[in-house]
Design a protein around this ligand. Sequence first.
Ligand SMILES: [Mn+2]
Length: 570
Amino acid sequence: MGAKNWKLSGNFLTQDVDLIQQKFSLPRPIAVYFASRGIGADQVRDFINPRLANLSDPYRFPGIKEASARLWQAIADREPILIHGDYDTDGITASALLALVLRQNGAVVNSFIPHRFDDGYGFTPESLEKALEMFGKCGVLVTVDCGITSCEAVQNAVAMGIDVIVTDHHEAGSELPKALAVINPKVYPELEDLQLLSGAGAAFKLSHAFVKYGRENNLGGFQTNLEEVLDYVALGTVADIVPLLGENRILVKYGIEALRRQLRPGIRALIESSRIRSELAPADITFRLAPRINAAGRVGDANVALQLLESDCIVDAYNCAGQLEQFNRNRQEKEQEIYQDAREQIERNLAWQSPYSLLVAGRDWHQGVIGIVASRLARDYNRPTIVLTIQGDEAYGSGRSIANLNLVEVLSQSAHLLERYGGHPMAVGIGLKTENIAAFYEEMDREIRKQISPSELERFIAYDGEAELEELTPEFFTYLDRLSPFGHSNQKPVYRFNELRVVRCGAIGGGAHTRGTLQGRHRQMDFIAFNRPVTEFSSRILDVLATPQLNRQQPGEPPQLNIIDIKDVY
Ligand SMILES: [Mn+2]
């Protein structure tokens, strides 16, 4: 890995900090956080006080009223509504959320979750056929977390007399599907502030409009409490790694509270089998809950995860949670195997690699986990990475990007060598002929060299600004909590503390980690340093990058520094 450079992340002046600090009488390190994240004085108040009332009107989406009216009509006419979802956490929670709100109001709802390998991603003519075969005919079909590029499938459905409502958050193609309504923030320039929404977030907007329309027109919706379905939105939003800013931050903050209340048997069973003991935070979704839900789609059957979330019986819920545990263990084993294979290829120079990019391929690697392996390799080597599984003369793969490199754009330059590609700027899926792999890698690497600068390939750790230990007052920790939920694009603040003296330190966790006390100018503070042996603390004086934190496992304990990196001073 090697030593990393430290880099001030924001581009701000001392005056910016002073202005925010004085205007809102904040502890200085909190003002540093705002200045470093580019959150201006006009946004600070809403940021420290995210309120549900600040969610914008769902009617801002063009066509959403017509869509809502059509859903109420289906309820009045007892027409079945078909939801077409996706096999990942975002798609599954979006399906569960919309189905719940519709059913609460009397709808007959069937949910179709495509199979990752048999059906592939998205709403396609084939998945439409299969869904109708499974559930019989329907009056209305709603896509969630997919559908924005499904022009042909929408056309086929319309030809069968089905009204289609598309809800999605993926990038649109050159042509929009001719649906009754297209609920996707990325399609409407005036909804720029909502472009961060996940698939579950988009489904929530339709649900919100549906309830609002029902109440306004005396059709129903009076018993639906939308705050109670935010647990689904939080799961989908955090799992899909969209920025926890804007409305996402509000949705996730209240969604986390709903998750903590364990309103559903499925949530209760999932939290228990994930062994989350302390107060649930977004990181628990990322590292515990979402991997279990995703594992169903990766190595088993995504319908088990949907069944878990929708279950209203605790026995059934525990049964599903047990199956997810199995899937997840299976996923971990396969992932570890492929990861090790891939690392070995790279270290022995058998992969396609340059200082700018990586491509690793293996015969019959499990398709459900190569995306996770690509993420790990991209992080390990700090390079855009493609992992391919070769199945005969076809290869399928997943890619992960780094820094600000838009991988979809890079792939579009090699479209002539690819059978298919798509996804998000940071995460893509591709399919190509095995014989084209070498040529594709060459073109991709050349394109990446054009777009990425050597400085972006350097390893560095960003920090928000400098602070002193004596500034970490109880008031600071109160405000720190109000900056949460922390996650993608809203990481916990990292401060630089200069010239701290090591008062004492000792090994914990069998020597893997270190715990101890540091002395600043006027104050001491305990620290914890994960994956850093005690020998690294042999210097007397250190500069430290750390995140201050309260101990959530043992409330009432004094605060501590969670060490990110250290540099010896002398
Ligand atoms: Mn999604």
